[in-house]
Design a binder for this molecule. Sequence first.
Ligand code: NAP
Length: 528
Amino acid sequence: MDQKHPPLGRQPSGQPSSQPGTPAGAAAALPEHCDFTVFGGTGDLAFRKLLPALFHRDLEGQLPDDFRIIGVSRSDLDTEGYQQLVREALPGHVDPAGHDPATYDAALQRLVGRLHHLVLDAEEPDDWHQLHGLLKDRGRTEAVGGPDEAVRVFYLAVAPALFGPICARLDEIGVVDPTARVVMEKPIGRDLASARAVNDAVGAVFEESQTFRIDHYLGKESVQNLLVTRFANTFLEPLWNSRWVDHVQITVAESLGVGERGGYYDGSGALRDMVQNHLLQLLCLTAMEPPTYVGRETVRDEKLKVLQALKPMGPQDVDRDTVRGQYRQGLVDGQAVAAYSDDLGRAGSSTETFVALKAEVQNWRWAGVPFYLRTGKRMDRRVSEIVVVFKEPPHAMFPGSEGATTANRLHILVQPDEGMRLHLTAKEPGPGGIRLRPVSLDLSYATTFTQRSPDAYERLLMDVVRGNPTHFMRRDEVEAAWSWVEPILERWDELGERPLRYPAGTTGPTAAAMLLERDGRAWQETDQ
Ligand code: NAP
């Protein structure tokens, strides 16, 4: 740690202080000077997500003039070579069509001009002086927090095993000051102990308030709009509880297989890769209580309470309430696709590519309301959505309508389309009695709001630069999520059974359908 800038009241647990923080609604001003260092600057994440996000912000004129992007990797590239690489690759990730060519070219030129590359092996102690030199050599004043002080962002787009060592080196070379921020990508650990180890190593250098754990789902418009829909309107709140909600379904389905990522994925599986983070975060936002205001700690405090209220899973609960599957060959969009074992290049793996489970939030609002979660690869479509299924009317008062399903449903569409759909029952027009017909009220982001919907990374990266952690996972959230997930992993290990096979291009194993059928319910297959 830079001795001139000692840590301010770090708490050993890594928990943030209980200060309420500032409201998140009013965006803090962007700093005038920023050094955005990406460890893993030549990687897939940097090229597919981070650089395109920064490009878009630059295109919209949001990046300050003094905003340097420092790519770090072991690749033998000087700054010019890196600039050339990005210049050639970026149009493959941000389609120039739809942009004025001159504006696009100018923005690309500007972004490229911001780039530096440092050859540095994060596992070697020797190469770090260059980074120190570059960060210190920017003609800034020595006064911390002075107008010329650059905010330093350290984005860890590398394997999690490098998170701790990189932070330790940053500390050693004295570039971690109170304005510095570290950004961590998933996965943060593969169980509670390893997550704690990563958090401890990073927390030994960075305050919790300087630590940004990305879950890109939290940057999606529709996910952030969930908070607005719930808390900036009054009509839902009286209904958003066990009295009126029958159950909630959360689905994150992908039609892709593991592709090139088989090696990584096989050590992880759907529960670790998707449920522990994305699906539980969606559950939290759906179930949380209204915070006093939407602030940097208040939302996270409420999400934590939901995680802590999840009913722990004992072995019998796991056996009864979880289903795991693995895709075999099948047809996706009419195309034959291979089985997981073929994608992986070996047979016999017991890694799950599909999970369905039933969770319960044990609090006053949600007692007795099941939350059904499911996620999988090679499913029949790519869709992410939350469906809140309300109770049936208590009495069928329209003659002839007995048995007709009239439960209202609110679909919160996360991807590919973002929006909301409320399913209602209406009278079918015409004489001769009343016939009921399901209808829907649709809010499509694409048609309602004409401006481009920024990618989640654009919003989240700017939040990092501004120092707003509201939509990032706090240490206690990550660890509470692992605490809940871990007994499921342990029970599966203990059983040693192989996951159920499901044909690619379907909705998963039939046992997933039975999980709901035995409760008299069914998955709401989206009509996106
Ligand atoms: P990747 O394509 O394999 O890139 C890894 C990057 O790290 C490369 O730039 C690599 O460059 C650099 N690197 C590796 N070892 C290094 C070392 N010892 N010192 C310095 N640089 C090193 O991986 P990725 O897909 O970008 O993913 C990066 C991280 O983000 C992973 O933890 C992944 O789980 C996570 N993540 C990725 C995605 C995604 O969409 N790609 C999504 C969510 C999370 P050199 O080999 O040249 O050093």
